[in-house]
Design a protein around this ligand. Structure first.
Ligand code: ZN
Length: 178
């Protein structure tokens, strides 16, 4: 939604097709690295959108290489953009930075460990790209709504912990007078 709004704003204010297209690329297609991880590093073979979505939102991911979601790449691209002043690069960076900011805010809700460190490639590499080591997240803590679009728009919710077991009944067995 945010990317779409930014694209409309860019198209209206600047009338630049390059800027609009590259903001869209930064905002939407940065998530392509999830698909690359899913196929290459997770070696998943069910390529249907539903299976992919459940795998990610349900917390089943074991590896997070996520090349495009990396501060280091952002810094490198920022340097290139500043050096070349290429509009396409600025556009990509703008879209991708908005995306990353929202990832930081919303994905942080589900993770017990630091989400801001997670988006550093070096940090992920230092943890062997292992999701359990990085985020301490477990699939059995998340619940997904059934249905593709419900899962897509609402995402997972944290499972409420089971109610504490009731205190054991007082040990009244039999009374002496019955
Ligand atoms: Zn993302």
């Amino acid at each position: 939604m945010t990317t779409a709004a930014a694209c409309v704003a860019a198209a209206t204010l600047t009338e630049s097709a390059t800027l609009t297209a590259t903001i869209a690329a930064g905002g939407f297609f940065i998530d392509v690295d999830h698909a690359v991880d899913y196929v290459v590093f997770e070696q998943q073979r069910d390529w249907t959108p539903g299976a992919f979505l459940r795998y990610y939102l349900g917390g089943h991911v074991q590896r997070a290489v996520l090349v495009l979601h990396s501060y280091e790449l952002f810094a490198l691209l920022g340097l290139c953009a500043w050096w070349t002043d290429a509009l396409a690069l600025w556009g990509y960076l703008l879209g991708a930075l908005m995306h990353l900011a929202l990832d930081l805010v919303f994905n942080g809700e589900y993770t017990p460990r630091s989400i801001s460190a997670f988006y550093s490639f070096t940090y992920r590499m230092a943890h062997g790209f292992s999701m359990p080591a990085l985020l301490g997240q477990q699939a059995d803590t998340l619940v997904l709504p059934s249905g593709f679009w419900a899962a897509f728009f609402r995402g997972a919710t944290l499972r409420t912990p089971p109610p504490r077991p009731a205190a054991p009944p007082l040990n009244v067995t039999s009374t002496a007078w019955d």
